[in-house]
Design a protein around this ligand. Structure first.
Ligand code: HEC
Length: 113
């Protein structure tokens, strides 16, 4: 029983720590890659609901990449290299965690910025 309890606790602690880490990594990515164009910063994150971010970010952010790659806006061009890169592929998961964490219906308000 004791061993089981310790096991359960460590799984719980480990899981919450890695979720935290992913949100933090996603925030870092967002600040570095998105804020230069979406200047509202974290307020921009709260313009969408969890469901909307989820749709944009599923399949490694396929839809989000499309929005930028297919945009007629000249200013979107600068983002093409990033959205076509392996870095985006790799970090889209963290980015998604971050975006969902601070979506308008998440009940969370970012502590920084
Ligand atoms: C180089 C500039 C640039 C970068 C970098 C950039 N965006 Fe955008 N983004 C744009 C432009 C321009 C549009 C408008 C596209 C259109 O409407 O044609 C846009 C559109 C969007 C939209 C859809 C429009 C809306 O308001 O619903 C979302 C969501 C979005 N960007 C999120 C992000 C996220 C998240 C990142 C970082 C991973 C990012 N963008 C990086 C320029 C950028």
């Amino acid at each position: 029983m004791n061993k089981f309890l310790i096991f359960t606790l460590s799984v719980f602690v480990f899981t919450s720590l890695s979720v935290e880490a992913a949100v933090y990594k996603g925030q870092d990515e967002y600040v570095k890659k998105c804020v230069k164009c979406h200047k509202a910063g974290q307020a921009f994150v709260a313009t969408k609901k969890k469901r909307e971010w989820n749709a944009l970010m599923k399949d490694k952010g396929l839809k989000l990449a499309e929005v930028h790659l297919e945009s007629e806006e000249k200013s979107a061009k600068e983002s093409h290299e990033y959205f076509e890169s392996n870095a985006f592929d790799k970090n889209s998961k963290h980015l998604k965690d971050f975006l969902l964490e601070y979506a308008s219906d998440s009940g969370n308000v970012p502590a920084c910025n």
